[in-house]
Structure formats: structure tokens, C-alpha cells
Ligand binder design. Structure first.
Ligand code: FES
Ligand code: FE2
Length: 418
């Protein structure tokens, strides 16, 4: 696609290296609009939710793909549909509820109504109306109900997680996720029934890509996060593995925790607090689960819209909802499995205190992303540097690397034709 209103690629990103990202990539409104088109509305699958959120026919969830409001719904026949939330009549975003159960979607403005798959099934006064014995008004005789349904998206779910795309030509979801990352996806989502434990939401004043980068960045957790360093959930001395798909867009950071405490990995690390003690030890009452198969943490970035977190017993999806070049919303869904004991459910919920907007760990990430965005705005001519572990892109068997971030920008440049 041509982008006539954009400056030449050589001016935007003069450096040939993907490891040096111009600050403007995070601040430019025109680039941001193109990203929505090229990543969120075309050629990609975006996360819309868990099947467990819409278990029964008629159940729906309102959510976002990029900046577009959509509705995930379980149709009468049990299948999943995703329709766009604007009326085919005069455009009203008719659904204002987050969740609900419905037989029809009815737009409040003129009460056009749609079945659960988005087909238009009712138009008031379509045949006109009899006033003083005379039929008046009505839609033109050639008005075709079938031509005026809601925008329908392509939908696929895999082991309980639902993705949708405005682009009906997008490759099959399995191929899209790719064989490198799929085993890590299926480690968490192996077909067991999921149970939603709760939600949290936050607005982060930073570019949406920074959240993808944050979970492609194994460099920071053992430095930024006092909690991880001190209690040994994530440190440079852990056995780790970085995996990415053939495009460099999706990735998995995989690691196995050690015992914490002082060691080579804490020497000189400012965030290490030797004397920090928990008032309530249950927050770290970790019980290994058979499906872990070794690693205690796996963080998946499924580009562009979702992160899947397993950090010990806490599991969640984190949905990225961009709202402009300098801000995004972050929707967390904490979940568990239908065969969890009540004790395990409580454990997952307690450990979820590490995550979410005010999480002992995740609050740090929101804050540093905001600090990055502040830096980008103040000097648009500058660029970032991600060269830990070299300048190449590829899998590694350690975490002392920024290879996943380089992979992301190699892909970004390709799709954006920069
Ligand atoms: Fe929806 Fe008129 S805008 S019925
Ligand atoms: Fe972090």
C-alpha cells in the first residue's frame, strides 16, 4: 500500500538497524493510524476473549479490536460470532453493556434489530404505516434485509481463547500463531475448561507497542522489579529460553525460578532488598502444577493484541487496546481451570496481587512505560537502542538479550514498509 502523506522511509528510519527505533515510531499520529489498519484491521488475528466469558447461547461480551468496538457472542447454535458494534442504519454504537445475554441486538435509536449473527431481522415501518386510511412511507421496494446486516468478522477459537479478524482472508489461526510459539500456547491452553476469576483494567499513558516490548524484554524484570529480584521469581541467573515465530512478531519468554536471596544475579542490583519480608507469606505460596513441565514462568506475546501470562500459579490474558499514539488501555482477565480445587483458586487469586494495575510487580511496568513515552515526546529526533545480546534476531537459551524486541521491529518495518 502506498502511504502518500508519509515522509520517505529513509527519513523516518534513517538507521538500517532494527535495533534502533526512532522515537517518532511511538509518537507520530499518522504512523499510528496506519498501524491500526495494517496490524489491527488487516492480516492479523486479534484477541476478543475467552469462550468461558460467553458460555451459553445469547451470552455476549463487548470488547475492542484496535479502536473499533465489537461484540463477541455465542449464537443460538452454540457457535461463536463477532460483529462490529455500529448500526447498519445510521451508525449508532448500539451496544453499551459490557456483558449480557440477549436474543436479539436492538439499536435504541430506531429499533433496527439483528439476530445474534448480525443479520438484520427487523426494521420498524419497513412496509410503511397506515395513517387515516392511507399507507404512507416505508422502505423502498427493493430494500434488501440481507444487504444491511452488521459487519461480521472472521472468528476462530483455539482451546478456549477466541480471536477475530476484520480481514476474512487472514491465514488460519494455527498457522498465524506458528509452530514455534504454539507448544507454549498449548501448554497453558491445552483444552481444559477455563474459569474466569476476575478482571482489572488500567489506562497506561504510553504507545501500545511498549507493552508488547515490555513482555519481549527479559532484560528488565531482574533489574526493575524489586519483587522478582528479591523473591527470586525472575533473575538473570535462571535457566531461560527465548522463542519467536518465523516473522518475529509473536514470542515466548520462558524461565524457571530459583530460590531467591543474595547471589551473583543480585550483586549491585539496586532493586534487591535483602531485608524485605512478606507480611503474608501466602502471596508466594507456590504449588507446582504438572502442566508446567519445568518452567515456572512463560510470558507469550501474541502480536498485536494480547499477552498470555503464566507466572507460577497466576494465569491471565492481558488485552492491549490502543487509544491514540500515546495511550492504551490494558484489560486483564485472571483465570483458572474448571478442575482447580478451591484452594488452588484462592492461591491463583492471591498471586494475582503481583499483577494488574496496582500489582506488586506490574505497577512498575506501567510506570516505566509512561516514563519512556515522556522521553519520546521530548526529543522526536532521538532513537532507542536494543542491542543486548547482539544485533541479530533469533531464539536464545538465556535471558541476557533483547532479541525479541529486534524481531518485533524487523516485522514492524516489513509490514509498515519502512
Ligand atoms: Fe440504529 Fe437507526 S441508528 S436504528
Ligand atoms: Fe516487567
Amino acid at each position: 500500500m502506498n502511504a502518500p502523506d508519509r515522509e520517505p522511509a529513509s527519513d523516518l528510519w534513517p538507521d538500517p538497524l532494527v535495533s534502533r527505533v526512532p522515537y517518532r515510531v511511538y509518537t507520530d499520529p499518522g504512523l499510528y493510524r496506519e498501524e491500526l489498519e495494517r496490524f489491527f484491521y488487516r492480516g492479523h488475528w486479534c484477541y476478543v476473549g475467552l469462550e468461558a466469558e460467553v458460555p451459553n447461547p445469547g451470552d455476549f461480551k463487548r470488547t475492542m479490536i484496535g479502536e473499533r468496538s465489537v461484540i463477541l457472542v455465542r449464537a443460538e447454535d452454540g457457535s461463536l460470532a463477532v460483529v462490529e458494534n455500529h448500526c447498519a442504519h445510521r451508525g449508532a454504537r448500539f451496544c453499551q453493556r459490557e456483558f449480557g445475554t440477549a436474543k436479539r441486538f436492538v439499536c435504541p435509536y430506531h429499533q433496527w434489530n439483528y439476530d445474534l449473527k448480525g443479520n438484520l431481522v427487523g426494521v420498524p415501518f419497513r412496509q410503511g404505516f397506515v395513517v387515516e386510511g392511507r399507507k404512507v412511507g416505508g422502505m423502498p421496494p427493493d430494500f434488501d434485509m440481507k444487504a444491511h446486516g452488521l459487519t461480521r468478522l472472521r472468528v476462530q477459537s483455539h482451546n478456549g481463547v477466541v480471536f477475530a479478524s476484520f480481514d476474512h482472508g487472514v491465514p488460519d489461526l494455527r498457522d498465524y500463531l506458528g509452530p514455534e510459539v504454539m507448544p507454549w500456547y498449548e501448554r497453558v491452553f491445552d483444552g481444559r475448561r477455563l474459569v474466569v476469576l476476575g478482571y482489572s483494567r488500567q489506562r497506561i499513558p504510553g504507545n501500545w507497542k511498549l507493552m508488547q516490548e515490555n513482555i519481549k524484554d527479559p532484560y528488565h524484570p531482574g533489574l526493575l522489579h524489586t519483587w522478582f529480584v528479591t523473591f527470586g521469581l525472575w533473575r538473570a541467573d535462571q535457566r531461560s529460553q527465548m522463542v519467536l515465530d518465523a516473522h518475529g512478531r509473536h514470542a515466548a519468554m520462558i524461565s524457571r525460578r530459583n530460590q531467591g536471596g543474595e547471589g551473583e544475579a543480585t550483586r549491585g542490583v539496586a532493586s534487591f532488598r535483602q531485608n524485605m519480608k512478606l507480611h503474608d507469606e501466602r502471596v508466594l505460596d507456590v504449588v507446582p502444577e504438572p502442566w508446567w513441565n519445568g518452567p515456572t514462568v512463560t510470558m507469550l506475546t501474541l502480536f498485536p493484541s494480547v499477552i498470555v501470562q503464566q507466572q507460577v500459579n497466576s494465569v491471565s490474558t492481558r488485552h492491549i487496546v490502543p487509544r491514540g499514539p500515546g495511550v492504551f488501555d490494558f484489560h486483564w482477565t485472571h483465570f483458572g481451570f474448571a478442575d482447580d480445587t478451591p484452594e488452588m483458586t484462592r492461591r491463583r487469586l492471591r498471586q494475582a496481587n503481583l499483577f494488574g494495575p496496582a500489582g506488586y510487580v506490574s505497577a512498575d511496568d506501567g510506570e516505566v512505560i509512561e516514563m519512556q513515552q515522556q522521553g519520546f515526546v521530548q526529543d522526536p529526533a532521538a532513537r532507542t537502542l536494543s542491542e543486548l545480546g547482539g544485533r541479530d534476531v533469533g531464539p536464545t537459551d538465556h535471558m541476557v538479550t533483547e532479541t525479541l524486541i529486534r524481531g518485533l521491529y524487523r516485522y514492524w518495518r516489513g509490514v509498515m514498509e519502512v
